[in-house]
Design a protein around this ligand. Sequence first.
Ligand code: NAD
Length: 423
Amino acid sequence: MTILSHPIDEQSNPFAIAQQQFDIAADLLDLNMGTRRRLRVPRRELKVAVPVRLDNGDIEVYEGYRVQHNVARGPAKGGIRYHPDVDIDLIRALSMWMTWKCALVNIPFGGAKGGVTVDPERLSLGELERLTRRYAAEISIIIGPEKDIPAPDMNTNPQVMAWIMDTISIHRGYTVRPTVTGKPLHVGGSEGRTEATSRGMICLLREACRHLEMRMDKSSVVIQGFGNVGGNAARLLYDTGVKVVAVSDVRGGLYNADGLDIPAIQRYQAQTGTMAGYSEAEGVTNAELLELPCDILVPAALGNQITRENAARIKARIIGEAANGPTTPAADAILAENGHFVIPDILGNAGGVIVSYFEWVQGLQEYFWSEHEVVENLERIIIKAFHDVVKVAESRHNHMRTAAYLLAVRRVADTAETRGVYP
Ligand code: NAD
């Protein structure tokens, strides 16, 4: 099996990791040097200062970013993250991954990402709204329905998207619904968007189980992260009778080898703001959770969770990457060596951007689809992408991530090369 063409140093800088992943594909595709230089770096980067009047009257200034990695195949697309770890290299990496993700599932978008370096748990609702509106106003010079369309990511949600859409609309003087996706239904969102990333992941897990001749209904699942993606994935699995044996949030996790009562944990979390302290399961740390005995592991929180250090102790047969960048390239090599089946992030969490694409189309056409239409089209696109990747992995003897990159990078490179270099 061709895994890597050059030795891998353990990197923790996400942009260095993203470039390393790209280089592996570029080598295997024998990409010409000019195209490689163009695709290796973002097309456009905006850094903004975001002054916010706090409730006590003080003014705090936060750093914000919007990076557009590539727009060869269509307007830039990607989420907005509010997190203390946000910096330019994280946003660059996330924007590059968006380019490959959109190309892999063949939707007409380029890649972008944005974020603000902030711990939103420390802000009141009013402060969060003022931060969002000022950040939206600052990046309004490069976003818009035909240019760059943001969406939710960690610590941003449909309410934040509604504030962004409203801010851009106020500046324009009329309502511009397709400015962002992931909006609440009653402000022009799409049916099925909230669960889209999780639904896409579950569909992929089903296909992976079929491919590996495993019984999904007899499998045990561990999920790291219990937010939009991890929480909805746990609930959808529970509702279909699949045993979820461990879940976690930022404060730690819960484990029960016989299966967790996910609705009860969701109720507990809604009352207390965390799952920590829930008494009907054993407590585990986030590090322990990754190494638990299970059939399927779904990282759905932060990046750099599976590393050279812990990769050899992972027990799950299938690793379904719902988070962006949860596995380092050095860990990838170990997982491949040990025969794990990885559904790489650019495929694993693509359900979100697929339904964001549907929401954008619905907003542009002012014509809205039923949930049934959304789910049917999501499943059609993501199942095709899964089998496209498996076919490349098998024919070229690569593992799934490299196969996904080969497909995605080739598509973007073809478009960029045919369009040419201006002037
Ligand atoms: P979220 O903010 O809704 O939830 C994040 C969850 O992760 C929370 O439960 C939080 O407590 C937990 N968490 C935070 N830090 C952690 C840590 N150090 N260890 C363990 N858990 C931790 O975010 P989300 O929208 O669910 O996004 C999760 C991941 O999925 C991110 O990597 C994001 O980029 C990716 N993603 C999200 C979407 C989407 O549609 N929301 C789409 C594609 C990819």
